[in-house]
Design a protein around this ligand. Structure first.
Ligand code: FAD
Ligand code: DLZ
Ligand code: SF4
Length: 512
């Protein structure tokens, strides 16, 4: 009985459930580069290079393990352009008895996968994705009956389940979370180790040429691509992170520096999401760093929380609330994205820096995504759906299951507080405290209103005022709303005037 094992582009893991029980002498693997996946949003060109090159390398890895791999290239003459079309073609040629596939990460693809069995006329076995700790059923079990889906409580369950940083039933160090020791600003450090870079090999160069020629109108360029595209290189990147950056991971997690965009972040999300790194193995390696005295607990706990806490939690939220989650717009925001989101050309130095780095590298770290682009988008009232599409396009680690809850929930508060208990809105003071962006900005962060004042200042108060009916009952916003209530009317109207003048410029497409 011959099986056809269908492996999607973000399922590049040798231990993935679709391969479980596979016999290289009998079964065939299908992998396909398809136009539908490369263009359902206009992915950053470095993201496409990463995914297609990693797919091609994974096909080689499987062949080296003895598998026959039917690999369909994007520019192949008969390529039908879709997963369904390629599956049909493969079934017609190879005549397997059944298809096995690991559940797709995205709702959109899952809907297509549910139809495959009836469309191709043989059994299709859709298996759970064993690269996650928490299945959809387990998440539903945890979430059912809870009034609030608090990440921190979910995280504790995952700590208990994995035993990571646990001593019996208790968390190591007596606390579950050491975040209060984090959130420090950072100083430039000329001695910070260099980031590991990988020179493109012949396969990556071929993909880069294809992407250069084919994806006009997509952000960025394949030039300067230096990401890992194999498991071995991704593991090298992980080991370099564990040695050089993990020890300081927590402390500067929320900091931003103009000339040091990565600080102590791991830069591993793209590899984890593609399947090149196993998230649990990575957490165990981080735990060993603590147990063997190479990294402090606050750093290791913070790193592990991001992976077994946030990463698993946002996936749970995604699958529980899709498909309507994608359409949520609690704050009824509707402004289109300004042009500078595509060019980085704005006088606001924080946005110019983060967007330019995004264009160059297809990466930005968490606080850049949350408190610079995300914060601006929310307080300027940008349409959350357009914001979601932008994030899905521009980041190399973006797949809808992880991007959407981070954008619609955490960053835009468009789900009304399902994921986060308050909107992450901030004035220029926050950005000034946590970064050195304001030093070189044409705007003055200390000026509240009027010509030359930092736009974030007026937008922040105007955002609270504009949304007073929706947000003033939020307990976590009691303080800013009390401050707004105490403010005299002339100051309030100055904020409103400044914000409106700025927003009008945005709407008129003028430089800001
Ligand atoms: P580190 O800071 O080193 O963190 C370690 C790991 O923890 C990451 O590699 C990642 O796997 C995980 N992680 C950390 N925070 C989160 C989180 N909030 N959700 C899920 N996993 C997390 N992450 C994505 O992987 N894909 C996305 O498309 C994505 N979109 C985002 C959009 C917005 C608006 C925001 C605020 C966050 C988004 N994140 C996304 C989460 C986070 O910003 C990235 O995971 C992180 O910046 C990746 O860089 P890193 O590997 O250096 O992370
Ligand atoms: C993101 C992406 C891109 C750009 N291209 C492909 C592709 O050509 N073939 C493929 O199998 N997967 C690709 N992917 C990843 C898929 O979009 C991803 O596997 C699905 O969204 C399911 O999560
Ligand atoms: Fe951004 Fe305002 Fe600082 Fe300029 S002054 S970098 S706009 S926060």
């Amino acid at each position: 009985c011959r099986n056809l094992i269908f492996i999607l582009g973000d399922q590049l893991s040798p231990e993935i459930s679709s391969l479980s029980g596979a016999d290289p002498r009998r079964d065939v693997v299908l992998m396909c580069e398809v136009a539908q996946e490369t263009t359902y949003v206009r992915h950053h060109r470095k993201k496409i290079v990463l995914i297609l090159s990693a797919m091609r390398h994974f096909a080689c890895e499987l062949r080296a393990r003895g598998f026959e791999v039917r690999y369909v290239h994007l520019d192949e003459a008969n390529n039908s352009g879709s997963f369904t079309g390629e599956l049909k073609r493969a079934v017609e040629t190879l005549r397997p008895h059944r298809v096995t596939v690991t559940e797709p990460g995205e709702w959109r693809v899952m809907q297509a996968a549910k139809l495959w069995q009836s469309e191709i006329g043989i059994p299709v076995d859709i298996r759970q994705d064993n690269r996650f700790l928490c299945s959809h059923a387990e998440f539903a079990h945890w979430a059912n009956g809870r009034r609030e889906l608090t990440m921190e409580f979910f995280y504790r369950e995952m700590r208990r389940k994995t035993g990571l940083l646990m001593q019996g039933d208790a968390p190591l160090g007596g606390r579950w979370n050491f975040d209060c020791e984090n959130r420090k600003p950072a100083k430039p450090d000329l001695f910070r180790p260099e980031r590991i870079r990988f020179e493109p090999d012949a396969t990556t160069c071929q993909v880069a040429q294809l992407v250069e020629a084919r994806f006009h109108g997509h952000m960025g360029t394949p030039e300067g691509f230096h990401l890992a595209v194999t498991r071995a290189d991704a593991e090298r990147a992980a080991n370099a992170f564990l040695t050089d950056f993990l020890p300081e991971f927590g402390a500067t997690q929320d900091a931003m520096l103009k000339d040091d965009p990565y600080l102590h972040h791991s830069l591993l999300s793209s590899y984890i999401n593609l399947g090149l790194l196993d998230p649990l193995a990575l957490c165990h390696a981080a735990e060993r760093s603590y147990l063997e005295g190479r990294a402090p607990l606050n750093a290791v706990e913070g790193f592990i929380r991001q992976i077994i806490g946030w990463r698993e939690y946002v996936r749970g939220v995604y699958w529980r609330f899709m498909p309507d989650y994608a359409e949520r717009n609690f704050l009824a925001a509707s402004r289109p994205l300004p042009e500078f989101f595509w060019t980085g050309r704005t006088n606001m130095a924080c946005l110019a820096t983060v967007i330019s780095e995004t264009i160059a590298t297809a990466h930005a770290h968490h606080i850049q995504r949350l408190m610079v682009t995300g914060n601006f988008a929310m307080i300027a009232g940008l349409d959350p759906h357009a914001v979601h599409e932008w994030y899905l396009e521009v980041y190399a680690d973006a797949y809808e299951w992880v991007e959407l809850p981070n954008v619609i929930g955490m960053s835009q508060f468009a789900d009304g507080g399902l994921l986060g208990s308050k909107p992450y809105a901030a004035s220029g003071a926050y950005i000034s405290r946590m970064s050195d962006y304001c030093d070189a900005c044409r705007y003055d962060v200390r000026r509240k209103t009027g010509e030359g004042a930092c736009p974030f200042n007026a937008l922040y108060w105007d955002f609270l005022d504009r949304n007073i009916d929706r947000l003033s009952t939020n307990r976590r916003l009691a303080q800013p709303y009390a401050a707004w209530a105490r403010m005299n009317e002339s100051m309030k109207s100055e904020y409103r005037l400044s914000a409106n003048a700025f927003l009008k410029k945005l709407d008129d497409g003028l430089d800001v």
